[in-house]
Design a protein. Sequence first.
Length: 357
Amino acid sequence: MMRAARQVFPFSIVLVLLLGAFTMAQTASTQAPATPGRIGSAVSPVAPVQLGVGTQSSSPGGNGSGSSPAQSGAGATAAPSGGTPSYEILIGAGDLLEVSVYGAPDYIKQVRVSAEGQITLPLAGTVKIGGMTTAQAEAVIATKLSDGGFFNNPTVSVLEKEYGTQGISVLGEVQKPGIYPLPGTRSLFDALSAAGGVTPRAGNIVLLTHRDDPQHQQTVILSNDGKNSAQANIPVYPGDTVMVSKAGLVYVTGAVKMPGGFAMENAHMTVLQAIAMAQGTNPTAKLDAAELIRNPGGSKPQEIPIPLKKILSAKAPDVNLQPNDIVFVPNSAAKSAGLRTLDAIVQTATGIAIYAH
């Protein structure tokens, strides 16, 4: 009996060990997807897409901007897929910065960026940070302080207190042309609102020049329609220039009730619309002899007959006008008085133009 018991006891131990090993193997295979190695590989590719160019990194002393100015260009824009373009202001000449080191209450300095894009800090000396983001400047200053042995892995903070050259220039037909400091991501309507809105003589075309691509202008068409108006409200960034065009004018003179120069709404106007804005023709108007004077200030102005009587009776198509066109409706007695000459028409329209402006 004792001998049989001794043979059974080692076999039971072996059986218990085998069951334990099998259970551990099942547990390891079940928890394998939750290992830190797999989590890290799944998360790390997503971070650059979420941060974009304009998001600062919170890691101290590191280059958290994601791209250098040489890679992204001055004032470059990065747009995450399906999101709004992100943008970060770059440090420029004349900016006032506040530089501090976490844990060192005595190291809080306000410095202004020189024309060469440099600042001078205690211990760090002269540091060139022009054209960098604040995160990149933090990394450069932290490296300077760390390499000099003054701090051990310092956490540097760079705060923009004033923007010297990052304003948006709003020019043209606005109430208050000038340079407006609008830091961050703003829209075209924000810039126009800062300038007091457009004038009554403003056209519907706005030329936008981005500071990172001054050779190419972006044309924006303003509209009173709600949907098109929202599409025209595009982002503008510090350093951009907004130029509001002047509305094209069409002049109506002759036998009309209110001769004058009239702004073309949405860059479109027809002869009937121009006559309507002049409050119609006089009873003595000679409708069959109406003329369109095109390019009056050029070397070869054109005289184009207008079948105004047929247009008014819907027997002829309306005529589209161009900026600076002159619609002349003669009086029945104008021919004998010599007022129907081209020089007289242009001179009359010029007087109207001076009065209108």
